[in-house]
Design a protein around this ligand. Structure first.
Ligand code: AMP
Length: 308
């Protein structure tokens, strides 16, 4: 099976949406990515860190879902990364209430030997210097390196972020962050500027408004599926990244045409993620549900007319 190496946070999240509130539940970018990627015929492995307060049941859950956690360090006496956020009625906007780095502050990633020749590497949202340290440990160039980041790292670690962006093939980023990173309002101009920083492909996520994939002069648009129930958008971006990289690792084809398919797979899994709090919906998602919704995506976007 092809290998997908994932680095990112494994976290406790406390979330408030207009529909409810949670205490600390399982979250983190790498968690969502790993669980989403595990829906494909691939071997995903997470490189991350948690504290002694992290419940063994969460570790068991990841293992049960065939996510390799050899590279997930548990720090004795340490506290797990904690994030708390609040969404308003516009679920595309959220306020971060708390970010406690805890064990992440001194984390030195260690890539398991078996994954030093991974086919695809997904650098999930986390300190860009840690993302770089993961790349530095690889023994062969992966077919594809994908990076996700957020405004927090632009504000705190700009230089390190620019360095790692220069090393990747694809960057996934939301629209607001693309504007912040590039200083351009137009997403077309923003994508061009970001691509000039290194990544050949720029994937801009627009939450409920879908996603845009830019490559040279080509643009592909994937809608988000209009859903009856949207409960909690936390992790949708990471789930998207997990579906995107899981599909590409599985199919071993990194042409623009196949990246378009991967965007749909990412959007498809993300549409499930938002239906319940945290990782809940991803945990029991079946292959049949995934396939049925892929067909809904196809029906939503298919049309047939001739351009004169
Ligand atoms: P998303 O909704 O896809 O942007 O991701 C939400 C996840 O990102 C949550 O589970 C958080 O634990 C995690 N997260 C929040 N802030 C950060 C940060 N500064 N660095 C890394 N991960 C974060």
């Amino acid at each position: 099976m092809r290998k997908l190496l994932v680095v990112g946070t494994v976290a406790f999240d406390a979330i408030e949406t207009p529909f409810g509130k949670t205490d600390k539940i399982l979250g983190g970018a790498a968690t969502f990515i790993g669980l989403a990627a595990s829906k494909y015929n691939v071997k995903p492995a997470i490189v991350s860190v948690v504290g002694e307060d992290f419940p063994p049941a969460y570790l068991e859950l990841l293992t049960r879902k065939s996510v390799n956690i050899e590279g997930l360090e548990v720090v004795e006496g340490g506290k797990t990364f904690f994030w708390s956020g609040k969404y308003h009625h516009d679920l595309n906007k959220r306020d971060t209430l708390i970010t406690e780095l805890n064990v992440l502050a001194d984390f030195k990633p260690r890539v398991p030997q078996e994954f030093k020749n991974s086919d695809v590497v997904m650098l999930g949202n986390l300190h860009p210097a840690i993302q770089m340290q993961v790349l530095d440990q690889l023994e062969s160039r992966p077919k594809l390196v994908v990076l996700d980041t957020m405004n927090y790292w632009m504000e705190h670690t700009w230089d390190a972020l620019i360095d790692v962006i220069g090393k990747v093939d694809v960057i996934t980023i939301n629209d607001e962050e693309a504007r912040q990173l590039s200083g351009e309002y137009s997403l077309v101009k923003a994508a061009r500027k970001i691509s000039a920083m290194g990544p050949e492909y720029v994937l801009i996520k627009k939450g409920e408004n879908g996603a845009l994939l830019f490559h040279d002069k080509r643009i592909f648009f994937a809608p988000a599926l209009p859903l009856e129930d949207i409960f909690d958008p936390t992790g949708a971006g990471d789930t998207f990244a997990g579906g995107f990289t899981g599909y590409l690792t599985d199919t071993e084809n990194i042409s623009f045409e196949n990246l378009k398919n991967a965007v749909i797979h990412g959007a498809n899994l993300a549409s499930f993620c938002v239906e319940r709090f945290g990782t809940e919906r991803l945990q029991d998602l079946t292959p049949l549900e995934i396939e049925t919704r892929l067909q809904e995506f196809k029906d939503l976007t298919q049309f047939d007319f001739e351009i004169q």
